[in-house]
Design a protein around this ligand. Structure first.
Ligand code: SF4
Ligand code: SF4
Length: 126
């Protein structure tokens, strides 16, 4: 939490029950900005954060019912703001996620201007 220059890592809130207080990222408040030097990794004393596994925290999904572009209004904010090469693209004016390249950083969710946010970040399972 101290090493992250974007205050992306916070204490999990009480609704996380037994995991409350543990470090987590809430992309709707402050996503991971995918720092190239990842200062959060070397300061982890337990070796939980590792450089050699790639920065894959999860992946984003879009609920097309709430996405402006999928519902006929021009919008490409998530694709423009995504910091990961190849993770998002526009197809027929609609955002498409490459789940292999997506790291789950949450920048798309944070930047999306839709009144009901269509972006969910699913945690990495393995
Ligand atoms: S890589 Fe993400 S979590 Fe780590 S320091 Fe940078 S913004 Fe914070
Ligand atoms: S920023 Fe949000 S509303 Fe706009 S295209 Fe992306 S998911 Fe849809």
């Amino acid at each position: 939490m101290d090493a992250c220059p974007h205050d992306a890592i916070v204490h999990a809130p009480i609704r996380f029950r037994e995991a409350a207080g543990t470090p987590t990222i809430d992309p709707s408040n402050s996503p991971c900005r995918m720092c190239t030097d990842a200062p959060c990794i070397p300061v982890c004393p337990e070796g939980v954060l590792l450089h050699d596994r790639g920065m894959k925290m999860g992946e984003a999904r879009i609920n097309i019912l709430n996405c402006l572009a999928h519902q006929g209004t021009f919008c490409s904010t998530c694709v423009e703001q995504c910091p990961v090469d190849g993770a998002m693209r526009l197809e027929d004016g609609k955002p498409i996620i490459n789940s292999t390249a997506c790291t789950g950083c949450g920048v798309c969710q944070y930047m999306c201007p839709a009144p009901v946010n269509p972006l969910m970040i699913l945690a990495r399972q393995t």
